[in-house]
Design a binder for this molecule. Structure first.
Ligand code: ADP
Ligand code: MG
Length: 468
């Protein structure tokens, strides 16, 4: 059996029983998760005390804490509750943090410390630079589709490679399309497979903040050391670094020195390197030197896939119709899509009713309108012009030939249906026409839809394409 992992020295008898109980819990969990996971995660844990029904366990690093919370906390709670009825919850904290606050004598750090590479102390410090990772942001929970398959493959490659394959990996794409998710998935994966590699994930803002603080405290040597001794450095949202000269300078040096040492760098931004404003040329060319992978706007298929995957984890029946409706309507980004689904589920649970299409439309009223508004009149004009094979400029022109007048009316009609623009606003966008012209167009198109089913289909098709 293991060495006693509890801090037994000088403790009360209840701690001795805690220690016995911990052995029992450990034994059960060990059988469930296997020897390797046990050695990595459970063994370094130290059971401290029970306070007000909360069992406190300390671990040596932030990463361990995050991992244990993400993967074992629920099970630990259950097993503990079985073992000791007084335990209502379990808290896992980083040993050094609280020890510094309460300053008792230094406890030994466990020799089973996963990935300890000699100088344990400074390593923990480095790990602490990293922002905590979201336990949901793993590869397993990332739904792959056409718009993100390339970025996903690149991220996977980096995560699985034992040596640098391309440097840096630069991920870019619009808000809420999965950049942060992919980066953290890389971090989780590497930390899980090779815990001895130091992976640091942080936002560009944090990076800047730390750098500026180091400058102020005249401590830049230390700053450089911290970053230059990591194996994988990930900086999220580097668009925030652009325009900040001294930070860019530092970033550039850190970047070069890491690349020279064969360390992996992963960056993300909302634009491609060349489109980042206020970035220095040499930095751009360095960024372009690695692999640049973009995440495109979602497609209907991907959105539906993501909804299915999320719905599986929810213990409520969600009609397929509702999922399709959401995938169809919430097109802006995945974050909003998730938010929409969550709201629908929360509402249904609250009022104790089943999820229906009607309720969904009701609950998401504002969100749906906001998404509708995202279709611009310019997009409508472009789509309609392409569809009817006329020039976009004809949308604004004074030409009255039916071949251009009819498509123009359709575009006005769709602008009224799909955007929140007023009739005069729409008129202005169509070559400064009067609002009565727009009103007439709307009426005309409505009439024609009634009379001519193939025309009605055309309009319907255009509407669907424009709605995403
Ligand atoms: P970004 O960093 O690009 O702004 P995030 O990575 O924060 O976007 O993603 C926003 C939300 O959408 C997160 O909750 C994320 O898990 C989710 N998400 C994005 N893309 C996917 C995907 N392909 N599969 C599953 N969830 C996704
Ligand atoms: Mg992000």
């Amino acid at each position: 059996m293991e060495k006693d992992q509890t801090a037994a020295a000088g403790k009360t008898p209840s701690d001795t029983s805690l220690s016995t109980q911990w052995k029992a819990v450990c034994g059960l969990l060990r059988a469930e998760i296997g020897e390797a996971a046990y050695q990595s995660w459970l063994k370094p844990m130290t059971v401290r005390e029970v306070v007000d029904g909360e069992l406190r366990i300390s671990v040596p690093t932030r990463f361990m804490r995050d991992w244990i919370i993400a993967h074992y906390l629920d099970r630990l709670c259950e097993l503990w509750a079985d073992e000791n009825a007084a335990v209502k919850s379990v808290d896992v904290y980083i040993q050094s943090e609280r020890e510094m606050e309460t300053a008792p004598s230094r406890k030994k750090t466990s020799s089973g410390d996963a990935g300890s590479s000699g100088n344990g102390g400074s390593k923990d410090y480095r790990v602490d630079i990293s922002a905590p990772l979201d336990q949901r942001y793993t590869f397993e929970q990332f739904v792959v589709g056409k718009p993100n398959e390339f970025a996903y493959a690149a991220a996977r490659r980096i995560a699985e490679a034992s040596k640098v394959v391309f440097n840096p990996l630069f991920l870019y794409g619009g808000v809420g399309l999965g950049k942060t998710h992919l980066m953290q998935a890389i971090a989780w994966h590497i930390r899980e497979r090779t815990p001895d590699r130091t992976v640091i994930y942080l936002s560009a803002e944090k990076f800047m903040y730390r750098f500026i603080r180091a400058l102020r405290e005249k401590n830049t040597v230390n700053f450089k050391e911290q970053f230059r001794s990591v194996d994988v450095l990930m900086i999220d949202d580097v668009q925030f670094i652009s325009g900040k000269e001294s930070t860019q300078e530092e970033f550039f040096h850190t970047f070069n020195s890491l690349v020279d040492q064969g360390r992996q760098i992963v960056l993300s931004a909302d634009k491609s390197p060349s489109d980042l404003e206020g970035m220095e040329e040499r930095l751009i060319s360095r960024l372009n030197y690695g692999l640049v992978a973009d995440i495109h706007a979602t497609t209907y298929e991907l959105r539906l896939g993501i909804l299915h995957s999320k719905a599986e984890k929810i213990s409520m029946e969600i009609p397929q119709k509702v999922l399709e409706f959401l995938a169809h309507k919430i097109t802006a980004n995945v974050r909003e899509l998730e938010g929409g689904l969550n709201r629908v589920v929360a509402h249904a649970q609250l009022v104790g009713r089943e999820i229906s299409l009607e309720a969904t439309q009701d609950v998401l009223h504002d969100l749906l309108r906001a998404n509708d508004r995202r279709v611009t009149i310019e997009e409508i004009q472009k789509r309609v012009a392409v569809h009817f094979n006329i020039r976009v400029s004809d949308m604004h022109s004074a030409r009255r030939a039916r071949s251009v007048a009819r498509p123009r009316q359709v575009a006005m009609y769709l602008a009224k249906q799909l955007t929140a623009r007023s009739l005069p606003e729409i008129g202005r966008k169509f070559g400064g026409r009067d609002h009565t012209t727009v009103m007439h167009a709307v009426k005309k198109v409505d009439e024609l839809r009634e009379q001519d089913s193939s025309f009605a289909e055309d309009v319907e098709l255009l509407r669907r394409m424009l709605e995403g």
